[in-house]
Design a protein around this ligand. Structure first.
Ligand code: SF4
Length: 375
C-alpha cells in the first residue's frame, strides 16, 4: 500500500476562551442555535485513550507508542464534569452519552455515572444516561455501572469474524469477549443494547448479513444492530468516498435476505433511520452521515475530556470551558451557563451538508479527531 502523508493538527491547543456575558441571564431552557436547533444531547468524552486502534477513528500509524495522550491533571475531574453537565441541563440537555476514546478505561467511571445519575432537569426529571464502548471491559463493569445509574449502552462491533474484526480495529481482541460483554450488559439490565457496526466497503461489508443473522437469532429484540456509513471524521483516517457503502445498499442487501419495513423515528434529532424485520423479530438502523446528512435537526454538543466544547463532530475549533471553571475569578454557575448559551446561539455547523462543496473542503482540512471528542 502506498505511503500516505498524514497532516497532524493538535486540537488540544486550538480552542477559544469563551467570553462571559456581562449580564448573565438565567437560562430559559429554550436555547436554539442560528438554525433554530435546540440543545438536547451532550456527549462527554471522559478519556482520549483507547485500547483499540480502529482504522477509521484512531489509526495505529498516528496514535502510536509516541503519541502523547493527555496527562490526568489536564482532564476534567468528575466534579467539574458534573458541574458542566448540570449547567447544560439548564439549557435543555436531557440526554448524556459518555464516550472516549474508550470510556471504560477511565478509572472509577461508576463514580461519575453516579454523580450524573443524580442530576435532574429543571422539571425534576432524571436524565437519559447512556455510554458508548468497545465492550472490551464491559463484562467486568456492566453491573457496577448499572447500579450507579447507567440506563443503556451502545457497543461498537464491526465484524463477527475475528480476522475481519482485527482488520478494522487493528488489535488482537477476540469477538467472543465483546459478545460476553454484551451478554453481561443484558444480564445487568442495560437492554436493549445498541450495537454499532461501521461499514467500510471492501473491508467488512461482507459481514453485514452474518451480523444481522447472528443478532436476530442469538439476541432477538434485546439488541438493535445499526450500520454506520464510514465517515471522514478527523484528518488522519485516510477516508475515501469509494470505501463508503451507502446505507441504501446496506438496507437492500438485508432486505433480500430478511424483508424489512420502514419504522418511524423514536425521538427528534435521532441519527438512525429505523427498519423493522417484517417477521417482527426486532429492528435495525442505518446512520447515513455521508449520503443522507441529518444536520437539520442536529441537537448534539460534545465535550472533550479536558473540557472543550465542540458544536459538531467535524468541528475545527472548540471552546475552552475548563478555562472558566479553573479561572481564579471563580465564575459562578450563572456566568458559565451564560457563556455556554452564547456559544450555542452562535452555532451554525452543518458539515455533512457541506461535504464535497468548496466550503466543505475548507472545513475538512482541520477537523477535530473523533477519538478526542467521542463519536
Ligand atoms: S455534521 Fe455536525 S451538524 Fe451535521 S449532524 Fe453531524 S454533528 Fe450535527
Amino acid at each position: 500500500m502506498a505511503e500516505r502523508s498524514i497532516p497532524l493538527i493538535d486540537h488540544r491547543q486550538l480552542a477559544a476562551r469563551p467570553a462571559v456575558p456581562v449580564h448573565a441571564a438565567q437560562p430559559s431552557g429554550l436555547l436554539s442555535d442560528r438554525r433554530g436547533r435546540a440543545l438536547h444531547d451532550l456527549r462527554i468524552s471522559v478519556t482520549d485513550r483507547c485500547n483499540f486502534r480502529c482504522s477509521y477513528c484512531m489509526p495505529k500509524e498516528v496514535f502510536d507508542k509516541d503519541h502523547r495522550f493527555l496527562p490526568h491533571s489536564e482532564l476534567l475531574s468528575f466534579e467539574e464534569t458534573t458541574r458542566l453537565a448540570r449547567l447544560f441541563t439548564l439549557h435543555g440537555v436531557r440526554k448524556i452519552r459518555l464516550t472516549g476514546g474508550e470510556p471504560l478505561l477511565r478509572k472509577n467511571l461508576e463514580i461519575l455515572v453516579g454523580q450524573l445519575a443524580s442530576l435532574r432537569t429543571p422539571d425534576g426529571e432524571p436524565l437519559d444516561l447512556t455510554l458508548t464502548t468497545n465492550a472490551s471491559l464491559l463484562a467486568r463493569k456492566a453491573a457496577v455501572l448499572k447500579a450507579a445509574g447507567l440506563q443503556r449502552v451502545t457497543v461498537s462491533l464491526d465484524a463477527l469474524d475475528d480476522t475481519v474484526f482485527r482488520r478494522m480495529n487493528d488489535v488482537d481482541f477476540p469477538v467472543a469477549d465483546v459478545l460476553t460483554g454484551i451478554e453481561a450488559a443484558i444480564a445487568a439490565g442495560l437492554a436493549p443494547i445498541k450495537v454499532n457496526m461501521v461499514v467500510k466497503r471492501g473491508t467488512n461489508d461482507q459481514e453485514i448479513v452474518p451480523m444481522a443473522r447472528f443478532f436476530r437469532e442469538q439476541f432477538g429484540g434485546q439488541v438493535v444492530l445499526r450500520f454506520i456509513e464510514y465517515m471522514d471524521v478527523g484528518i488522519t483516517n485516510g477516508w475515501r468516498m469509494d470505501e463508503v457503502l451507502p446505507s441504501a445498499q446496506v438496507v437492500q442487501r438485508l432486505h433480500e435476505v430478511f424483508p424489512l419495513r420502514a419504522l418511524e423515528p423514536t425521538a427528534p434529532g435521532e441519527t438512525a433511520e429505523r427498519w423493522g424485520y417484517a417477521d417482527g423479530r426486532g429492528e435495525i438502523g442505518v446512520i447515513s452521515s455521508v449520503t443522507h446528512a441529518f444536520c437539520g435537526d442536529c441537537n448534539r454538543a460534545r465535550l472533550s475530556t479536558e473540557g472543550k466544547l465542540y458544536l459538531c463532530l467535524f468541528a475545527q475549533r472548540g471552546h475552552d470551558l475548563r478555562a472558566l471553571l479553573r479561572d481564579p475569578a471563580a465564575y459562578d454557575d450563572r456566568q458559565i451557563a451564560a457563556a455556554i448559551g452564547q456559544i450555542w446561539q452562535g452555532r451554525d455547523d452543518r458539515y455533512s451538508e457541506l461535504r464535497g462543496s468548496a466550503a466543505g473542503a475548507e472545513a475538512a482540512a482541520a477537523k477535530v479527531e473523533m477519538s478526542y471528542i467521542g463519536g
